[in-house]
Write a protein that binds this ligand. Structure first.
Ligand code: G3H
Length: 539
């Protein structure tokens, strides 16, 4: 335990009133078939990463509990979703685009009212700063607004007949079926909703299981889901993954699997589906994004982007920079500046003004990070920054480790936390080989000003990763950009527009352009006899 971090955790009375949770939230509700059910079985305690000082003791805050449902309830949720989809003939999949948009708009209006409650729970459950928690909420609302806009655009482009080689046809996107949506603990609202909302708006029905941590924050939204969507369209379950989700996959009735987590978890679940060819997966998985800092990089910019890239939300972003390759000639200057910037990051609680470093939500995470540091030290690396690697309970102060080599776990493992491994290099090929041989292929960041050298690196990476960032940290946004990865980092592509495609398939109505067929088509359109075949233009 660190003396330096002695005062990092507050006493109860130092927690601002508006953010205090005076009484644990005992959640027993879950949503199936439009009905709020009450669970009378075992509950899972929700431990906050925040400890509270009581005299000389530190006590971990238990902020509530959530239902530990079993496979029985999760299969009930599945049945409700299957029934609501009704082989594509259900009320929801047969609504018009305009109607489904109206439902989602209504949900968004209700969701906005829960902002302060959700933000508060984001802070308590996963330790995200107030500023970042607000950003997560607002970004999610913007994502919904933009999704609606993109869906209108998509529909407008389909609102016409095409003629090709004597055929006339109309092509539209239609839903796939029942979707299982599961998000990650680091963006439990935003990343979950980047699949949940597109799945719903395209006409799929959904079983939604919140992330491992960041579970209670869904509670303020359950009534909005229940009151907005028709029964069975969205069902929300809680409990242990293997038991609840495993049963769903084994049933073979899941058509789309949207999962953000580890490739190991995704593989285990996918394997349970009896008809893999009927399962469409959209996965956001592990990553170990490197930064490559060239000798002529603008050092101030490289350091500030690498600080944000490796340490925002304590490094717990899938897109975080998880290893820095710094050219030998600028190594000392880089580390010196980098350490000076770390010192400016204020350790504290999520609601503290200007806080930059907060406690970590995963049980056992601090021990894991300590193991990584010890392993690196045993193989010759040193902690380069003052107080680096000091810890207290769930708080781990960032450790800058150098020199990191291929002998160390930090070279390969995704630390998903506040450790910054630095590798020095002479030849650019050393960094290129790292990316080529990595199991992951999400993003890379290049820092440099020599266009020829930068271009050579870019070209070396285009077939390795999904995004190459020049003089910028790795990141997902803007949300209109395609977000994907190669190897063990992802399956499929998400963006506002791509997500609508992922949760749908194109269906064509086609006929030979004879006079008789033209007359039938014209009747259908003029008399509005079909929902699908229509040239209505949404404004
Ligand atoms: O954890 C992975 C997120 O998709 C990263 O998103 O780059 O906007 O933080 P971000």
């Amino acid at each position: 335990m660190s003396q330096f971090l002695e005062n990092v955790f507050p006493s109860e009375d130092a927690i601002p009133d508006q953010f205090r949770i005076s009484k644990p939230i005992e959640q027993r509700e879950y949503l199936i078939n439009g009905e709020m059910k009450t669970w009378s079985g075992n509950l899972n305690p929700v431990l906050s990463p925040v400890f509270v000082k009581e005299g000389n003791q530190y006590v971990q805050k238990i902020i509530g509990s959530t239902p530990l449902l079993t496979s029985k309830e999760s299969l009930e949720a599945l049945d409700a979703a299957v029934k609501a989809y009704d082989m594509g003939h259900g009320f929801w999949p047969t609504r018009s685009v305009t109607e489904r948009i109206e439902y989602v708009e209504k949900f968004l209006a209700a969701m906005r009212k829960q902002r302060s409650e959700v933000v508060k729970l984001l802070m308590w459950e996963i330790g995200k700063t107030l500023k970042d928690s607000e950003k997560e909420f607002d970004r999610t609302c913007d994502y919904i607004v933009d999704t609606i806009k993109a869906y209108k655009d998509l529909d407008r482009n389909s609102a016409k007949l095409i003629e090709e080689q004597g055929f006339m046809a109309q092509i539209r996107r239609v839903p796939l079926g029942v979707s299982l949506c599961m998000g990650p603990y680091n963006y439990p609202l935003n990343e979950t909703f980047t699949t949940l909302i597109p799945a719903l708006i395209m006409g799929n029905t959904v079983v939604f299981k919140p992330a491992k941590y960041g579970v209670l924050l869904v509670r303020p939204l359950i009534e909005s889901f229940r009151d907005t969507f028709p029964p069975g369209v969205i069902n929300i379950i809680y409990g242990r993954g293997r038991e609840t989700v495993g049963a769903l996959m084994e049933s073979g009735k899941i058509d789309v699997f949207a999962f953000i987590g580890t490739n190991k978890g995704a593989n285990e679940l996918k394997r349970l589906h009896p008809k893999p060819h009927r399962l469409k997966s959209i996965l956001g998985l592990d990553a170990k994004n490197p930064a490559i800092v060239l000798p002529d990089a603008d050092l101030n910019n490289a350091v500030s982007e690498c600080i944000a890239g490796s340490l925002s939300f304590n490094g717990q972003r899938c897109t975080a920079l998880k290893i820095l390759f710094v050219h030998k000639s600028i190594l000392n200057a880089f580390i010196e500046k980098f350490n000076a910037e770390i010192k400016k990051l204020k350790p504290g609680m999520p609601w503290d003004n200007g806080v930059g470093l907060t406690p970590l939500p995963e049980p056992g995470k601090v021990d894991y990070l300590r193991e990584l540091v010890e392993d690196a030290k045993a193989h010759g690396a040193k902690v380069m920054n003052e107080n680096g690697g000091e810890y207290r309970n769930t708080f781990f102060y960032p450790a800058v480790m150098y020199p990191v080599t291929e002998k160390m776990r930090l070279y390969y493992e995704e630390q998903f936390g506040p450790i910054v491994p630095i590798v020095s290099f002479d030849e650019d090929d050393e960094a290129i080989n790292y990316v080529v041989n990595s199991n992951f292929g999400q993003q890379v960041s290049i820092f440099g000003t020599d266009s020829k050298r930068v271009a050579k690196l870019m070209d070396a990476f285009v077939n390795q990763v999904g995004r190459i960032n020049l003089n910028a940290q790795s990141q997902r946004g803007p949300d209109t950009f395609p977000f994907n990865g190669r190897k063990d980092s992802a399956e499929g592509t998400l963006s506002i527009a791509d997500a609508l495609r992922v949760f749908s398939i194109r269906t064509i109505v086609a006929t030979k352009g004879t006079d008789e067929n033209k007359q039938i088509i014209s009747n259908i359109i003029r008399n509005r006899e079909s929902e699908f075949l229509s040239t209505d233009y949404i404004f």
